[in-house]
Design a protein around this ligand. Structure first.
Ligand code: FAD
Length: 317
């Protein structure tokens, strides 16, 4: 089933989460063990992130350095298929522009269609580690909206080879990213919202937000989206803070604010056990308010760990 159909057919706020593929060569059982405790809360869909290649330097004989391209977490599509097979649950693979030509993207989407995967989160992706700016792959897309356009075209039976006759239309539900605190490259929120609206005009069916710790920012974002003509479901993304180290890591990696009240509370903690408790309570309070405001779904970023989400979900569902 499509994400928007799950939302439309539910009277209450849904539960879902996002996982990372395991490190290459790790057993998929580790992933299954990690998410098993979350399955009792009946998530309607699970997102699986996509991780593009990284470039590393390897020392060779004679001190020469060789640049190698590696992917630390491959397997997004296979994991989606494995989760569908094991749990009978809908999955949402993240598909990014970076690293793919349009043709390669089309082949990946054809695979998804054959597997019966009906949802895709269409993203641009970040720059390659070590590079400052995102550069599109030659023959690939520059923005998520271009990828949304390709998906929408395939949903109408239009593939890259325009001479294809009797091409089967795909039937993807298309999600895109939204940023209540603006995307870090955007000059201001207004411009960022203009491009979000463009993604919707290209065919996006729903939005998932970047994580935020202050609900006010999400509520204001909803108002601004509405004013700018974005009327599709906007799913809030949430992440429980579980260690002191994460305060700076999340703020700098995801370009988000951590509210003063939260940093003050964390400052007073003696150890990470206490920080974890503060983070969980904060996420529960955030979630309760979002449920009260009839958020379509609470979408948790697991970043490879599910224990804290399990505690939050058991307080809510
Ligand atoms: P876009 O929508 O293309 O926007 C990128 C920037 O360009 C923005 O500043 C926007 O304002 C601007 N812009 C957009 N369109 C245009 C245009 N036509 N002309 C000029 N400017 C434009 N990354 C991964 O690598 N893998 C993942 O699995 C992943 N999952 C994510 C899940 C969620 C819910 C979120 C919020 C982010 C995720 N990301 C992931 C990170 C994401 O790839 C980055 O935030 C990336 O920098 C932007 O992606 P986007 O799809 O929002 O890009």
């Amino acid at each position: 089933m499509k994400v928007v159909e799950h939302i439309q057919s539910s009277k209450s706020t849904l539960f879902s989460f996002e996982i990372l593929p395991p490190h290459a060569r790790e057993s998929i059982q580790i992933l299954f063990n990690n998410i098993a405790p979350l399955m009792e809360f009946k998530p309607k869909f699970i997102d699986v992130t996509y991780h593009r290649e990284e470039f590393i330097l390897k020392k060779r004989e004679g001190g020469l350095l060789e640049q190698k391209s590696i992917r630390k977490r491959p397997g997004t599509v296979a994991i989606c298929a494995a989760l569908m097979h094991k749990y009978g649950i809908d999955t949402v693979p993240h598909i990014i522009c970076g690293g793919f030509t349009r043709e390669e993207t089309e082949y990946a989407l054809i695979d998804l269609n054959y597997l019966g995967i009906e949802n895709v989160l269409a993203l641009r992706g970040d720059s390659i580690k070590g590079q400052n700016d995102f550069s599109p792959t030659v023959g690939g897309h520059a923005f998520a909206s271009d990828l949304v356009e390709q998906l929408s075209a395939m949903n109408k039976g239009h593939y890259i080879d325009e001479d294809l006759e009797n091409a089967i239309p795909t039937n993807f539900c298309i999600g895109v990213a939204g940023y209540p605190e603006k995307h870090f490259e955007a000059a201001n929120l207004k411009t960022d919202l203009k491009w979000l609206k463009h993604k919707v005009d290209c065919g996006a069916n729903y939005v998932v937000t970047q994580m935020f710790f202050d609900n006010k920012k999400y509520f204001e974002f909803l108002e601004k989206c509405k004013a700018d003509g974005v009327h599709i479901p906007i799913i809030p993304g949430l992440k429980p803070l579980t260690s002191k180290k994460q305060v700076h890591m999340l703020a700098s990696r995801f370009h988000i604010d951590i509210p003063e009240a939260l940093t003050d509370a964390i400052e007073k903690c003696k150890d990470d056990k206490q920080v974890r408790q503060v983070g969980i309570e904060w996420a529960i309070a955030q979630s309760k308010e979002l449920i009260q405001h009839k958020a379509p779904c609470l979408h948790f970023y697991s970043m490879g760990k599910s224990n804290a989400i399990q505690e939050i979900a058991s307080a809510l569902y």
